[in-house]
Design a protein around this ligand. Structure first.
Ligand SMILES: *[C@@H]1O[C@H](CO)[C@@H](O)[C@H](O)[C@H]1NC(C)=O
Ligand SMILES: *[C@@H]1O[C@H](CO)[C@@H](O)[C@H](O)[C@H]1NC(C)=O
Ligand SMILES: *[C@@H]1O[C@H](CO)[C@@H](O)[C@H](O)[C@H]1NC(C)=O
Ligand SMILES: *[C@@H]1O[C@H](CO)[C@@H](O)[C@H](O)[C@H]1NC(C)=O
Length: 460
């Protein structure tokens, strides 16, 4: 006997189908999140309370570090989810309808037209980049302000033109989102900088080449209230993702992948940006996993997996006698493997300004060359740097619960400025062994250090 579909069956199907469909479409995005959830040595519940205390010992919580940002987040998520919800309220703008071919030719014009259409829409709009297709783009700037909130949904792959001559107007950028607000980029797809040609021509790889800039794959410039989530960034020409002069940013569930040998391919770069939360990201590249530079304030990075690369870095700051200001950086729960540095602060001599109120906590190091390092004599130029008296002041930096292994003999290295020493540096529950047999050292110059709990190794 054949099974029959009774009205009851149909009703059941009717009830289940929408949730089945939404489960399936959520799958691709959540699989990244799941991969991340299992990649940490710490469970979410165990270290739930971020601890950020000021110099005078008063503990404050995240609400104080990010005034207003939690509210902001709830509001933005609610608003952007509305933009995402029923097709009746949001206009769907598919790049294919604007002539994108995804056949290996340049789709830049189609993307620009789709952007103009969406950006000038008087209701919220969703730009769709269909899945299972690869769209090639030359450098494109997507500029706001837009009439309403936008979602940029990348299901497929966006790949960079590999012709260096396509970048002759601006060698520093590939995709730029500029002056946008309440903007969300997501979709589970891939942004591929196709960077091999740039790496081969980098002066760090081919010494007979002049040192020139290569493009950052994706730059968010002067924008506000952004969410960048559930995406893969790979093989950037230089940096993968940069937030420059932005306010209120969430970067969530990102995979950032490039060969460990690719030059200057920072994962996520934060410059002049305030109130940014980077969460659940896996970053494996040839340079800094996350780099935080001047003008950045209220930066939180949680559940980060790094390596290969150069680790999590504040700086470099104060190059060319510049003034730099970085404050309120909170790194919580990171696993850093096989990198040249673990958690680093680096400044040039001769700079001014400060890097202050910084917490690195619950970090697992695996075979990291410089697990904990402050370098105030940073010098990355051909001519040797001369000794100068001014420096970026480093103060109130806490290292809490940092465990694991060092690849080099010096597991803890504070090389602070002679004229402006590091102040208020706390090591609490630090235990770093050598990856090989033997005992690591700590090297401490011009630093005012406090220890709590077990601290190993200690300065002699
Ligand atoms: C949006 O534009 C359409 C057509 O131009 C118009 O009919 C509609 O009233 C506008 N809606 C809003 C909310 O302004
Ligand atoms: C390095 O660059 C020089 C100058 O452009 C070029 O002639 C040479 O082929 C390059 N070497 C490699 C290994 O690509
Ligand atoms: C540690 O890293 C070095 C390279 O920095 C590598 O040669 C070595 O095999 C690694 N050791 C372990 C135990 O992973
Ligand atoms: C270190 O800090 C303590 C207390 O804050 C202060 O009394 C002392 O002078 C400082 N030492 C140096 C070398 O700066």
């Amino acid at each position: 006997m054949h099974p029959r579909y009774s009205p009851r069956h149909l009703l059941l199907l009717h009830l289940l189908l929408p949730s089945l469909i939404s489960c399936l479409s959520a799958y691709q995005e959540s699989s990244i999140a799941n991969a991340l959830d299992h990649s940490h040595g710490y469970s979410d519940s165990r270290y739930h309370h971020p601890d950020f205390s000021t110099n005078d010992g008063k503990d404050t919580d995240l609400k104080h570090i990010f005034p207003g940002s939690l509210n902001f987040e709830a509001k933005v998520v609610a608003r952007l989810d509305q933009a995402n919800a029923p097709a009746s309220s949001a206009k769907v703008v598919n790049v294919d309808d604007f002539g994108a071919k995804a056949d290996g030719t340049d789709d830049s014009q189609a993307f620009k037209k789709a952007w103009e259409e969406a950006c000038s829409s008087n209701g919220s709009a969703i730009i769709v980049i269909p899945k299972n297709k690869v769209y090639y783009l030359k450098p494109v700037t997507f500029s706001g302000p837009c009439e309403s909130d936008l979602v940029f949904k990348i299901f497929g792959t966006i790949k960079a033109s590999a012709k260096i001559s396509d970048y002759e107007n601006d060698r520093r950028h590939w995709l730029v989102f500029q002056n946008v607000q309440n903007f969300r980029v997501k979709g589970g797809g891939t942004i591929d900088g196709n960077g091999k040609i740039w790496w081969e021509n980098s002066c760090k790889i081919n010494k007979s080449q002049p040192c020139q800039h290569a493009p950052t794959a994706v730059t968010f410039l002067e924008s506000k209230s952004l969410i960048v989530a559930n995406l893969r960034f790979q093989n950037a020409q230089q940096m993968h993702l940069s937030f420059q002069n932005c306010v209120n940013v969430r970067a969530l569930n990102l995979m950032v992948i490039a060969p460990g040998t690719s030059p200057n391919t920072d994962g996520i770069h934060v410059t002049g940006t305030q109130n940014i939360r980077i969460r659940k990201c896996v970053i494996r590249t040839g340079d800094d996993c996350i780099s935080i530079v001047s003008g950045s304030k209220n930066v939180e990075a949680t559940d980060i997996t790094c390596g290969p690369g150069h680790g999590i870095s504040i700086g470099s700051l104060g190059a060319d006698n510049s003034e730099a200001e970085v404050s309120n950086v909170f790194v919580n729960r990171a696993t850093i493997s096989g990198t040249t540095n673990g958690v680093r602060i680096k400044t040039w001599q001769g700079g001014s300004g400060y890097a202050k109120n910084i917490v690195f906590q619950n970090v697992v190091m695996r075979n990291v060359t410089n697990p904990i390092i402050i370098n105030q004599n940073y010098c990355d130029q051909d001519n040797p740097c001369t000794e100068q008296t001014s420096a970026v002041q480093i103060s109130n930096v806490k290292y809490k619960n940092i465990k694991g292994t060092s690849a080099s003999d010096v597991a803890v290295n504070f090389d602070c400025s002679k004229s402006i020493p590091c102040r208020g540096i706390l090591l609490q529950d630090v235990n770093i062994a050598l990856v090989e047999d033997g005992q690591p050292d700590a090297s401490c110059a011009n630093v005012n250090l406090t220890k709590r709990g077990e601290v190993y190794p200690q300065c002699s």
